[in-house]
Design a protein around this ligand. Sequence first.
Ligand SMILES: Cc1ncc(COP(=O)(O)O)c(C=O)c1O
Length: 394
Amino acid sequence: MDTKAFVEKYLTDRRETDSSKWDQLKEKFGRTDLLPLWIADMEFRTCDAVTNALMARVRHGIYGYSAVPDSYYAALDRWMTIRHNCSVPKEWVRFSTGCVTGIAWAIAAFTDPGDACMILTPVYYPFHNVVTNNKRTLVKVPLQYRDGYASMDYESIEKAIVENHVKLFIQCSPQNPMGRVFTEEELDKVLSICQRHQVLVVSDEIHQDIIIGKNPFVPAATVKNGKYQDILIILNSATKSFNLATLLHSHIIIPNEELRKRYDKFASGMNRTEVSIMGMLATQAAYENGGEWLDGLLAVIRENDAMLRQKLKSDLPKAVVCTLEGTYLVMVDLRAYMPSGGAQSIIQDQCHLAVDYGEWFGEGYEGFIRMNLATDPKLIEEAANRLISVLGKK
Ligand SMILES: Cc1ncc(COP(=O)(O)O)c(C=O)c1O
């Protein structure tokens, strides 16, 4: 299916459907007349395979206690193997109601109050809060930013680990909001530092399927033929890829048996490890029959990215659209047009856009905005035009 046909078939009006993105503008931004490009979900209906699986269950009408069938694990393993060259045996898999919840549970299972947990900033803002809200010490190491591209600063990472006695590194790969898809070499370097200092790694790989550029996604579990599996807790789900966020179903994948035992001991204390039947059915259907839909979606995101870049390059030449290797969330460095700050009032009150602001993700990113490209190309065009017409005069 070409991109035009994909948009025509799946684009859906979300207004007045209890959508956070569209119906909570007032609560979040203080006004309703904004074009929403914030938060990470999409205006595209999920694939037909998911809808059909859920409809069949709705017709059946029973949502009682359920088990995860072997066919579910086979679908997950097949998806991970075919798409990412990473076999995931059934024994490794546990479930949670979301990847951020997975981070919180990993923190609870593998660290004690006061322990140091490290993140690389800028990063998805719940990474910050989930550490501090759980009374752990947050250690932030900035990524190195240069000309729209972020990379890891290994020396600073190692120094921070040693000086703060870091116990857990919460990695975001692919990286939100900088759009990086780290190479095997980069991952090898950071994971080897962690291994050397006995730091466990929670690798949030929720954006694994949204690969836009040339770098293939490398699951942490496959780096150097699995060399780091014993320090890894991997989090992923079909929720970003297939627009299923509030079906509340995600994976906690733990290759090492000892770590699994520690996790299971913690989980038994929570006394609830069943999954949501709708989340499970949707995920299985997506993995079994959603590949073509996902490829159609990726083509739309690539076109939106190219359009935004082309328009800003020609009419707002000092804007830096960060390289988008993965995720559908692109950072745009607008500092040249807003040198004295005030980005929020310019972007909201003059451009009438609802975006995520750079400073939400980390210090030093005032004047950056994060835009969500998984939407109607017309909205991306309109957003670019608004930026050009307001900022072009500054
Ligand atoms: C890196 C990352 N992790 C987790 C989430 C949220 O996942 P969940 O809704 O499963 O908690 C997001 C959403 O944008 C994200 O970007």
